[in-house]
Write a protein that binds this ligand. Structure first.
Ligand SMILES: NC(=O)c1ccc[n+]([C@@H]2O[C@H](COP(=O)([O-])OP(=O)(O)OC[C@H]3O[C@@H](n4cnc5c(N)ncnc54)[C@H](OP(=O)(O)O)[C@@H]3O)[C@@H](O)[C@H]2O)c1
Length: 272
């Protein structure tokens, strides 16, 4: 990529949860655009190193750091290490997330509820670190889900945990605007991520649920049916890819997006 196509040269970016899926596509995209990228992982250090290598091969600096959203100290450490290494933070992409537990409201346990909201608390404290340290004219983008607009049975706690992030972002946009910092949300629709159920559905392969207990099989069958319905109902006729989402994040972190703040971009092929 020529210098003119490296609009993020000189910018320092943290992309949380960038070992795989959407976060990996975002980290690699922003790296190709010239940004120095901090790749974070919860457990998959080898995948994080792979992403770092890919970004370095594309000509940008990159660093892998461990961070667990459930441990606020690790979030503070992430920012401290980034500032220590690169001297500043220009862009934060709050992408990291754990497994969503989709269960009827009557059946969700307190532990399952807490496991999702513990991650949301981590996003809040990542935003707090950004509020304290992000450079003037910086960019903050957090990932929510299009389901906060579409609604879906069994998703109440998960969607609630993401909806909170949308509200954190609206408030922060109003707090940081005077410094030229923009704060936005990207809400993906169903996005095909290698190795997950969405991928198996989108590529047309049947799910191998034979070793699962009966109720688990039934749950998966219903899930697959639901995904097919979503694909059929999507005006653009397919499920999303990580690159679709990275394209939108790339737009929001660009210099040209300086007049867009407090927005929630629903990157979902028109389903919302
Ligand atoms: N995929 C979709 O259909 C979809 C739809 C709507 C919204 N989203 C949102 O888009 C974002 C990315 O989704 P994805 O499907 O690409 O995710 P993913 O493939 O499951 O990847 C999750 C990433 O988060 C990291 N992570 C997991 N637990 C963590 C924790 N406790 N603390 C810090 N990092 C943690 C993982 O690191 P390790 O590899 O080290 O575990 C990994 O890098 C999420 O915010 C998700 O809610 C996704």
């Amino acid at each position: 990529m020529s210098e003119s196509k490296r609009p993020l040269a000189g910018k320092v970016t943290i992309v949380t949860g960038s070992t795989r899926g959407i976060g990996r596509a975002i980290a690699q995209r922003l790296g190709r655009e010239g940004a120095a990228v901090v790749v974070t992982y919860a457990t998959n250090v080898d995948l994080a190193r792979e992403v770092v290598q890919a970004i370095q091969q594309a000509g940008s600096e990159a660093l892998a750091l461990q961070m667990d959203l459930r441990e606020i100290a690790t979030i503070r450490h992430l920012f401290a290490r980034t500032l220590n290494h690169f001297g500043k933070v220009d862009i934060l992409v709050n992408n990291a997330s754990g497994l969503a537990t989709l269960k009827p409201t009557a059946k969700l346990t307190q532990a399952e509820y807490d496991s999702m909201f513990d991650l949301t608390r981590g996003v809040y404290f990542a935003l707090q670190e950004a509020a304290r340290h992000i450079a003037d004219n910086g960019r903050i983008v957090s990932l929510s889900t299009a389901m906060t607009a579409t609604g879906s049975p069994t998703s109440g706690a998960y969607v609630g945990s993401k909806a909170a992030i949308e509200q954190f972002s609206i408030a922060l946009a109003r707090e940081l605007g005077w410094r030229g910092v923009t704060v936005n949300v990207v809400s993906p629709g169903v996005t095909v991520v290698n190795g997950n159920t969405h991928h198996q559905i989108a590529s047309g392969r049947p799910l191998d649920a034979s070793s699962l207990p009966q109720d688990e099989q039934e749950k998966r069958r219903l899930y697959q049916e639901r995904m097919e319905q979503i694909r059929a109902a999507t005006p653009l006729g397919r499920l999303g890819t990580p690159e679709d989402i990275a394209n939108v994040v790339s737009l929001l972190v660009s210099a040209e997006a300086g007049w867009l703040t407090g927005q929630n971009i629903r990157a979902a092929g028109g389903i919302v």
